[in-house]
Design a protein around this ligand. Structure first.
Ligand code: G
Ligand code: MN
Length: 240
């Protein structure tokens, strides 16, 4: 398939949201966010699917995002969401996405898989082996929405992701009171001890941005840093 063909899908658009450096506001990269064309929320769309249909949709969104990022020359790192149950799938898993990246000339060092919080991980040892094999090819991993769903301390300690994305609900608790702030500060220290970089999600104001920057969050994502923007496909450009 050509990049033009890969960059359109009958059911999905992809929005790209910037992730920026706290130090100087420059762009680190983008997270690709699936947007069903029907207008329903991505969460509702994916919640209605299960089994192979869910794995296929998860993969389709990743591959559409990859093609659109290449087509639009999206700069820096690209974060692609992946369900835990998709990771090791022989046809629709990480290996397939890496293979597509190679095929279209997308630099693997710029690829970050965000492991989402919607499912538990049954066998950490096997998943870790798969992540390590993929790391050998140059890609990196982020733990998505840390502090929400199944992405808690066990997942963090077992997978040792290169990036930890603090869920907006956790970010919102920082500074609320001494106890909660102290607890979260300890977790931040733990992440740093593992060598993970911290990404704050849901950064909505300059005040929050400045506060987080002083707490070792070197990367920020949220409406204050930039809203998700739909990427045009070649078909859109031709039609315009
Ligand atoms: O689950 P995940 O964190 O990958 O999804 C992020 C979702 O949160 C996206 O649908 C995106 O549109 C939304 N989002 C991004 N930034 C903000 C923000 O600053 N505030 C809120 N409320 N939502 C955000
Ligand atoms: Mn995500």
């Amino acid at each position: 398939m050509t990049i033009d063909e890969l960059s359109t899908d009958p059911e999905f658009n992809i929005a790209f949201q910037p992730i920026i450096h706290g130090s100087d506001g420059s762009i680190f990269g983008y997270e690709a966010l699936a947007r069903p064309k029907s207008g329903i929320s991505p969460l509702l769309y994916f919640n209605a699917l299960q089994g192979e249909a869910l794995t296929v949709a998860d993969c389709r969104c990743r591959h559409l995002a990859l093609a659109l990022a290449r087509l639009n020359r999206v700069s820096g790192s690209l974060c692609l969401n992946i369900l835990p149950s998709s990771i090791m799938h022989p046809i629709y898993g990480i290996a397939a996405t890496i293979s597509l990246a190679r095929q279209i000339g997308f630099c693997l060092e710029h690829l970050i898989f965000e492991i989402t919080e919607h499912e538990p991980i049954g066998d950490y040892q096997r998943v870790r082996a798969c992540l390590d094999a993929s790391r050998n090819e140059g890609v990196r991993f982020a733990l998505d929405d840390f502090g929400a769903g199944f992405n808690g301390l066990s997942t963090l300690m077992e997978l040792r992701p290169e990036f930890v994305k603090f869920d907006s609900s956790l970010v919102g608790k920082i500074g609320q009171d001494v106890e909660q702030t102290c607890f979260i500060t300890s977790i931040i220290g733990g992440c740093r001890a593992f060598g993970s970089r911290l990404i704050a999600e849901g950064v909505e104001t300059g005040e929050i941005f400045a506060d987080l920057r002083s707490r070792e969050f070197d990367l920020m994502q949220g409406y204050y840093c930039g809203k998700p923007t739909l990427a045009p496909s070649r078909a859109d450009c031709t039609a315009a």
